[in-house]
Design a binder for this molecule. Sequence first.
Ligand code: GTP
Ligand code: MG
Length: 438
Amino acid sequence: MKRSIIIEKFKQERAFLVGVQIAQETDSHFQEYMQELHQLANTAGVKVMDTIVQRLDKPKTATYVGSGKLQQIKNKARPKKVNTLIFNNNLSPSQQRNISDVSGCNVVDRTELILDIFAKHARTKQAKLQVELAQLEYSYTKLKNRWKHLSRIQGGIGFRGPGETQIEVDRREIQKKTTLLKKKLENIENITANKRKQRQKLTSISLVGYTNAGKSTLFKKLTQQKRYVADKLFATLDSKTRAISTSSEKVLLTDTIGFIRNLPHRLVSSFHATLLDVLDADLLLHVVDVSHPYLAEMIEAVEKVLQELQIGDKNILMVFNKCDLVGGKHFKFQKKELKTKYPDSVFISARSGQGLEQLQQKIDYFLEKHKLFRELDIPIQMQSLINFLHEHAEVISEKYDSEANSMKMKVKISRQLFPNIKNQIENFRLMKYINKEE
Ligand SMILES: Nc1nc2c(ncn2[C@@H]2O[C@H](COP(=O)(O)OP(=O)(O)OP(=O)(O)O)[C@@H](O)[C@H]2O)c(=O)[nH]1
Ligand SMILES: [Mg+2]
């Protein structure tokens, strides 16, 4: 008995991918989207037994695919021992229930599949809470009328992970739980915000981009740090920050979660805390897989999330990655077009190292452009601040003023650093003045 339960648990889920190609969608675009769904299913550990597609003017309201097609799916599923149907779009609760009733299979939509991957890949407490919140938010909107369906099908994609125990409680319970989770996340956010504040003294750069673009590979190359890299979607959920040295100063580099097309707006907000690192950065490196046939769409998806986070106007450097995979006349033409559209872009291969020097030069150039020339008069007692400036700014000249007992320094310093330094000096002077008065 016990053994059979264990076997059941480790038995791989077998699924059909189901897609509706609507009238205005081209074949190649549809196929690419289905391929991405296939990759998502693989990442979730599901064995894809077949892909079933139907052309329609628009999806059917009741069952998404036509009723004849659904019967066909049912007939095919049984002999292949398929227990799950994964759809290329998001489904309404009633569609999900109807399809499940007819087919007898577990029905999963694209967002649920993505959330399942999130649940599997979440490592830190914060990421786990964020996934749980995202699952709750998504199930909340879909919960109505799902009881029958849920009581019959247990486990499987969409019901795994931290969210599963909450699925069967009622809406109010879910709301209560959501509020609690948000509070817990807020607490963690406060702690990370404090850490961030401490780090704020340094200029920071964040890697953003579509999932699988090569952000972690580039992070690894630039920091020489170990980082999980995989040909999987959403390999990275937790952000990671490390210091790197540029030609003139130390800066912080952060690797972040990847983005994907058509994610419900609310899910982005569940990952707000993780994305704060992105919000905070002085420069974003937008990593793009240049070998992807629909890279313009990937770029657009990332830009859309950045806009949702209201950081569309940040300094962004486009980094076209995986150049080792492309070549020939067509690429030459494409490169020219991209260069015209994004004059501030670099072409690299994070894997082979090609173009990394040019990327570093661009980063240096950006940092230089955003520096200020300032003259500072620093009380000699603030030796640690003087040392700090030697490490993190370019000291052009320094002269000891014996009368004022201070160091007169001419520095070239980053815009981020300067207000903090100025404050420190002013506070020191103020405290000295107050102490004197007393
Ligand atoms: N050929 C080639 N493959 C690359 C290059 N950079 C990354 N890859 C591969 O692309 C896949 C994804 O790389 P990651 O660095 O994990 O991508 P990511 O953007 O961090 O992905 P997520 O964390 O899932 O969002 C891996 O199989 C890498 O080995 C490159 O320059 N050339
Ligand atoms: Mg990654």
